[in-house]
Design a protein around this ligand. Sequence first.
Ligand code: COA
Length: 321
Amino acid sequence: MSFTILGTGKAVPEYVLTNDELSTMVDTNDEWIRTRTGIGERHICKHETITELCVKAARQALENAGTAPEELDLIICSTMRGENITPSQGCVIQKELGASCPAFDVNAACSGFIYALDIAAGYFERKRVRRALIVSMDNLSNIIDWTDRSTCVLFGDGGAAAVLGEGDDLLSIHLTASGNDEAIRIPHGTNSSPFYEHEEERAVLHMAGNEVYKFATAAMANGIRRAVEEAGLSQSDVNLVIPHQANIRIINTAAKNLEIPRERFFCNVEHYGNTSSGSVAIALDEANRSGVLKAGDIVAMCAFGGGLTTGSCVLRWSKKA
Ligand code: COA
């Protein structure tokens, strides 16, 4: 047994930062950002906390699934940085929802949603849970260097949630990690110890854009190819691909290297930028709520990110509109 997805929900901050407004902060322009990335705008936290966004997405997903918080047997939050070091963001969500199940966080950067799905699948397989909640949320705007035009144009805040129930809809899932702290890295930045001898680094995102680009294009095509094969399907069976929304050029290149028509790739990067762990989850929620997903569809999802990590999976969508 694996699981079925019973419901989804999303939450993004209210404030929309357009490329034009960003161009007043760093030396860039709408045309460069759109041509190189496909991004037009992103949502940025002003008054919202990551907890408020997590809880909003979770409540929407629970409602969409017809599930009460008391029915939850497990909460996994995928995030790079929750509200606190401890308690985990999962425990904070559990408290806010009034649930009483085990809860914890997983950090696999942008691949976090798929890592969380794989962990949850193990709980279902062992028959330890009947309902699980996954919340994938990142608030990157507070760990971005807003003076670095090569990175600050790429990211946004937000995320989404999914409620899982017993079922057999996960057809394959595949995770990878290849330890690399040079391509993408965000140091902690604070150390309260008077004994520690190393210099503190600024807690902002460092990225080797071109290296990540090459890794990402290969990772997306390879991940989808492998997940489809392991599901015992052919690429033409895939009705919808939900790729990590990092850069439209990465998605277009992956599509060219696969035998899945480009129009089957769900894209919303224009409106959110790269929301890290939230990215695939937001896209899944939008595909669910807009009616793009139909009961019986075969869906392939794929993400890549800091770690370097990748996650890809194929599932059957059973939820009726
Ligand atoms: N606005 C205007 N010019 C910019 C710019 C910006 N925001 N950022 C960089 N440039 C300039 C560079 O300085 C460079 O100028 P030069 O030729 O005079 O040196 C030029 O644009 C080209 O830079 P380059 O880095 O080669 O651009 P690119 O086409 O490779 O695109 C990225 C850069 C970051 C968009 C691309 O490498 C990328 O998407 N990488 C993957 C990032 C990613 O997805 N990370 C998250 C993974 S989860």
